[in-house]
Design a protein. Sequence first.
Length: 198
Amino acid sequence: MVFAFRDKTLAVLCEKIFEKYKLQLNPAQLSKWLKKQGLVWKKVRHNALVSSTNPLKFAQEARERDEVLRNAWMRRLGQFCAEQLVFLDESGFNPRTGDVTHGWAKKGEVIRQKVPGPKGENYSLLPAMTVDGYIACNVHQGAVNMEMFRDFVEDSLLPLCTPYPGPRSVIVLDNAAIHNVQSPLFNVANGGCRTFNL
C-alpha cells in the first residue's frame, strides 16, 4: 500500500491505512514501522534531471550553509526588535510548482518519476513579510529584474515602513543582484529605512 501512495506524508498514509484497514496509527508509529521495513523518505529524481546533477551547485550550497557565518548573522540580527524587521525576497512559481518532490522507497533505491508535460508560464512573487504577516505583495509574469524590484520597494513597500528605529524600519534582503537597490529612501541620513543583508 505504501508504494501506491509513495509520495504521501506520514499523516496522509495514516489516513489511507485507516480508510482501507480500519487500523488507527499515528505518524510516529508508522514512521517506526516503515524504518523497520527498510523504507525511507527521500527526494524523487525526475527522469529529465537524473543526468544533469551539477557538483558545482552542491559545492555552492555547502558554502552557503556555513554554520559559523549563519550564527554570526543571527547575532547581528539580534540587535533589532521583531517589530522592526521586514523580510523581502522574490519567489518563482509555475503550474508544476506542486509536483511531487519526495517519496517512500527502500534504502539505496532511486525513486524515478516521469516529468509531466511543459511547465507552463513562470510567475514571480514579491512579498514583504513582518511579524504581523504580509504587508505588501506583487505578482509578476516572468522574472523580476532590478527595476521591477526597485519599483516594488519604493512604491509598495516603503510607504508602509517607518524611519529607523521605528516599526517596519529594517528591510532584510538576501544578496541577489537585483536587490542592489540604490535608493535615497534607504539612506538612514535621509530618515529612511535600514537594509540588512543575509
